[in-house]
Design a binder for this molecule. Structure first.
Ligand SMILES: [Zn+2]
Length: 65
């Protein structure tokens, strides 16, 4: 099982400061229809992002504008 920090780093593509617990995003992957995980994390001290990552493929996204 991937840790919240590891999952957040996968989504962000670089090390992050802190991550909250992983939750089920209750949505399907737009690429493969797989289950999507959600994790809130802080890429920097002033920013909080909620990221999403598919469990089945490489698709990921965050809630930045
Ligand atoms: Zn997928």
């Amino acid at each position: 099982m991937v840790t919240p920090g590891k999952l957040a780093e996968l989504i962000e593509g670089e090390p992050i400061l802190e991550a909250e617990d992983i939750t089920d995003a209750n949505r399907s992957c737009p690429e493969c229809d797989g289950d999507v995980l959600a994790v809130g994390y802080m890429p920097s001290v002033t920013e909080f992002v909620t990221g999403h990552k598919c469990q089945e493929c490489d698709w990921s996204d965050d809630d930045r504008e």
